[in-house]
Design a protein around this ligand. Structure first.
Ligand code: COA
Length: 336
């Protein structure tokens, strides 16, 4: 590897227009707006009524390209992080490649659940830093409504649909861009958060459908206990390993699973809430899309600026978790 450092040079997102509010959910399951807001921080989430993850992913990529002033032909790699691929195969990356007209790109899907975006970013950065690719796209796209059981009050309140995309390029400044990442998995957590049927272990049958095993399963309490510690620890670890403290951080960009997990991570890093990107209230948990969705919204409204230091942090099914330290290099929205 030479001296090239990868960076995020552009962001874009797509959130479908249809909204599912807590009041809507009150009519579907035994829950209340008050319970959902106090236990999770969520008020509403978006639902993709027609279409699939690749449709949202393609729109996010198109928005990102527009922001960068590039065409789809400039892309040479598409990594799509998703747990809700359009189908088992072809990959959703292939479908996004076709839909965006990225005729010079190869690509593949990456299954990292809620850490899928960070895992995809780490992977894309390797291709850029070795010189194998110049313009690598990471798309986090999840149509969580397609695997959510709207009779299960424990889980149906949590999830929403969206996509976010970033472009990974060689950094124009050697000291800035993607500085460091820590990524981890622990498969012993698989039993607490999974989708049991439809894979090779349990092919879909009438019985699996009757038993609702093609929907997401989560033991929320068990996952919460691990998530709240792991996401805070890995965020503190990346600061320590780079000789930084919370005072050096402009933005924490946490996976949006639960406001209480986000607050615990910010507290552990010594960060004020004002320095934390939070949009869980409007979108819920959109799995691989949460982090690029935050980046794109904050960049678009001019709050994420060139030269700022940011920390991405995630925790999800697997278990998978990770953190990334970035010195932001993309031109400001107003200036681009
Ligand atoms: N409305 C009203 N009550 C509900 C409810 C709902 N939508 N869902 C669950 N409850 C009830 C439970 O049945 C339970 O009742 P009980 O004590 O009589 O059994 C009670 O509320 C408390 O449940 P509990 O599971 O302890 O709540 P919690 O505070 O842990 O919050 C989650 C539940 C799912 C919000 C939380 O555990 C969580 O966020 N988990 C982790 C999510 C995550 O990070 N996932 C990883 C990435 S996807």
């Amino acid at each position: 590897m030479g001296n090239t450092r990868a960076t995020i040079s552009a962001v874009g997102h797509y959130a479908p227009p249809d909204v599912l509010t807590n009041a809507d959910l009150e009519k579907m399951v035994d829950t209340s707006d008050e319970w959902i807001r106090t236990r999770t921080g969520i008020s509403e989430r978006r639902m993709l009524v027609n279409g699939a993850s690749s449709d949202m992913g393609a729109r996010a990529v198109e928005a990102m390209l527009k922001n960068r002033g590039m065409t789809a032909a400039d892309i040479d790699l598409i990594i799509c992080s998703t747990v809700t691929p359009d189908m088992f195969f072809p990959s959703t990356a292939c479908l996004i490649q076709e839909k965006t007209g990225a005729k010079n790109a190869w690509g593949f899907d990456l299954s990292g659940a809620c850490s899928g975006f960070i895992f995809g970013l780490v992977t894309a950065a390797q291709f850029v830093e070795t010189g194998k690719c110049r313009n690598a796209v990471v798309v986090g796209a999840d149509k969580m409504s397609s695997i959510t059981d709207y009779t299960d009050r424990n889980n149906c309140i949590l999830f929403g649909d969206a996509a976010g995309a970033v472009l990974v390029e060689p950094s124009p400044e050697p000291g800035a861009g993607i500085i460091d990442s820590i990524v981890r998995t622990d498969g012993s957590g698989g039993k607490y958060l999974n989708l049991k049927a439809g894979g090779s272990a349990m092919p879909a049958t009438r019985e699996t459908v009757d038993r609702r095993l093609h929907y997401l399963y989560q033991d929320g309490r068990a996952v919460f206990k691990v998530a709240v510690i792991a996401m805070a620890d890995i965020s503190a670890e990346i600061l320590e390993r780079n000789g930084l403290t919370g005072a050096d951080v402009d933005w924490l960009v946490p996976h949006q699973a639960n406001l209480r997990i986000i607050d615990a991570t910010a507290n552990r890093m010594g960060l004020d809430r004002k320095k934390v990107m939070i949009n869980i209230d409007r979108y819920g948990n959109t799995t691989a899309a949460t982090i690029p969705l935050c980046l794109s919204e904050w960049w678009q409204c001019g709050k994420l600026k060139k030269g700022q230091t940011i920390v991405l942090a995630s925790f999800g099914a697997g278990y998978t978790w990770g953190s990334t330290l970035i010195k932001w290099t993309a031109d400001d929205a107003a200036a681009s």
